[in-house]
Write a protein that binds this ligand. Structure first.
Ligand code: PAF
Length: 278
């Protein structure tokens, strides 16, 4: 594995690539969820590139940008161990100039749910993903596949739309949510949870499990399922429970194969999201 810290070094390294590239963008503090994305990229491509960059433009004022977990040495070891070819670790100064041309998330899908709770978060996320995808595709390798987890379902939908709208020559590969044995969806932010808060946090995945059971019993009414979930989450500061179709439009009846149930809430000071694809 080679570690590159500048854009010039990255482009020199990717110039030598002959074959397909699997790209996994991350903000570091790698966990089993990232590992499964990297392993899938490893299986499906000739080369694997991983980026670690805590992107400042997707954090709002007062969010955890400065406190975002950093585990650089462990991350490097993990990447080498799973067969990453190139690890790209740029600085903000390399990625941005002071008066940048921005990207604005689409008005409907970009400003609901996460977009309404974290205004401008998606603008910054799309901006950095566009930069990273362009850098990885710079020398036009045969195929570029970029791997994103379904846990950030709205992020994934917006990236897919950006690739479509800007005709980017990249294939987006959605990957399954990875959970701890107790059901908690893996997130770099889980390390903020105290043991007591972790027990509380489990209610998020349990509410989704309950929703699955209701659907299995042929309860398709969105209002009924949402109400049951709210009841289960009464001890958590719920930000939203939303049941939408895969285009992120609100629905009143569950449509098997075209529905996502999303939940976001705060446990202590930690904001968590989870979802279920039906
Ligand atoms: O999901 C993430 O970790 C980030 O939003 C991403 C896609 C790496 C962009 O900074």
């Amino acid at each position: 594995m080679i570690i590159v810290n500048s854009i010039t070094e990255l482009l020199n390294a990717t110039k030598k690539i002959k074959g397909s590239v699997g790209f996994v963008p991350t903000m570091g503090a790698l966990h089993q969820g990232h590992l499964s994305l990297i392993q899938q990229a490893r299986k499906e491509n000739d080369y694997v590139v991983v980026s670690i960059f805590v992107n400042p433009t997707q954090f709002l004022e007062g969010e955890d940008l400065n406190a975002y977990p950093k585990k650089e040495e462990a991350d490097k070891k993990i990447c080498a161990w799973v067969g990453v070819n190139i690890l790209f670790m740029p600085t903000s100064e390399m990625m941005y100039e002071p008066d940048e041309l921005g990207i604005i998330a689409p008005a409907k899908r970009g400003f609901i749910l996460e977009g309404s709770k974290r205004p401008k978060h998606f603008d910054g996320m799309l901006q950095v993903v566009m930069k990273l995808l362009n850098l990885i595709s710079y020398h036009k390798p045969s195929t570029v596949r970029a791997y994103f987890g379904k846990k950030d379902a709205q992020q994934l939908a917006l990236i897919e739309q950006m690739v479509r709208n800007y005709f980017l020559a990249v294939e987006i590969i959605p990957c399954e949510i990875i959970r701890d044995r107790d059901g908690l969806a893996l997130s770099s932010r889980n390390i903020y949870l105290s043991p007591q808060e972790r027990i509380q946090a489990l209610k998020l995945s349990r509410s989704l499990k309950r929703a699955t059971r209701l659907v299995m019993k042929k309860e398709f009414n969105v209002a009924t399922i949402t109400q049951t979930m709210h009841h289960l989450l009464s001890e958590i500061e719920v930000e939203y429970i939303a049941i939408v179709n895969r285009q992120f439009q609100p629905i009143s009846e569950i449509e098997i194969g075209n529905t996502i149930i999303l939940v976001a809430g705060k446990v202590g000071k930690t904001r968590l999201i989870d979802n279920l694809w039906i």
